[in-house]
Ligand binder design. Structure first.
Ligand code: SAH
Length: 194
């Protein structure tokens, strides 16, 4: 494992994620959105997350900047990061498969929206966020730069903590009692931990 291979693995993670998302985004586009939480805050959160998980680390891979924030490279950390990257893509794929046409990038309710409680949603309410946390950890382990490496944890963390409460309130308003009992038997992000 070398720093170059480690960066290539990070880029492969971004491409893999894009390919999975592209396939499902095309399918879900056909279902009409009937309610949405889109607005300036939601757009800002999406941009912050996109910068932290994508723009900042990809700019670093392309240019090596910001060089002052470089730190030593340890192959075993990069190996661990590769493991997290593969896990992130696997979980990401399963969440899209389970949500199907109910998915959207923002907090939307679609026509005939069904509450998904099976597959990877059986024990965890936000497994797509679990996948993004795995990505953010992979990024910190793969990129030997304090800023590019940790941008994902900061960027996605901002979206996560400012969005998840509102997201659950919106789903409670849509699905009522069935979401409440779903909340009681599931974890937010990781079974047994959070
Ligand atoms: N927070 C979720 C999904 C984020 S994507 C996760 O981490 O897995 C957001 C979109 O997915 C929203 O439009 C929402 O309506 C939809 N969604 C999220 N969880 C859902 C569920 N259990 N059933 C149906 N739709 C869901």
């Amino acid at each position: 494992m070398t720093p170059t291979i480690s960066k290539v693995i990070f880029v492969a993670l971004v491409i893999g994620w894009y390919l999975i998302r592209y396939k499902y985004a095309r399918r879900s586009r056909r279902a009409r959105v009937v309610r949405s939480a889109r607005g300036p805050l939601e757009t800002a959160l999406l941009l912050i997350s996109l910068s932290g998980l994508g723009l900042v680390p990809l700019a670093y891979v392309a240019t090596g900047m910001p060089r002052f924030a470089d730190h030593s490279f340890y192959p075993w950390l990069a190996w661990l990061g590769s493991f997290f990257a593969i896990a992130a893509l696997g979980v990401f794929h399963l969440t899209h498969r389970a949500l199907g046409r109910n998915w959207s990038i923002s907090l939307d309710v679609r026509e005939n929206h069904e509450l998904v409680t099976e597959g990877i949603y059986r024990r965890v309410r936000h497994p797509m966020y679990s996948a993004f946390w795995l990505w953010a950890i992979a990024q910190a382990l793969l990129l030997p730069n304090w800023i590019a490496g940790f941008a994902g944890i900061v960027g996605f963390g901002t979206l996560f903590f400012l969005r998840v409460g509102k997201e659950e309130a919106m789903r409670l308003a849509t699905f009522g009692e069935s979401y409440r009992s779903y909340m009681e038997r599931t974890w937010r992000v990781w079974p047994g931990i959070f």
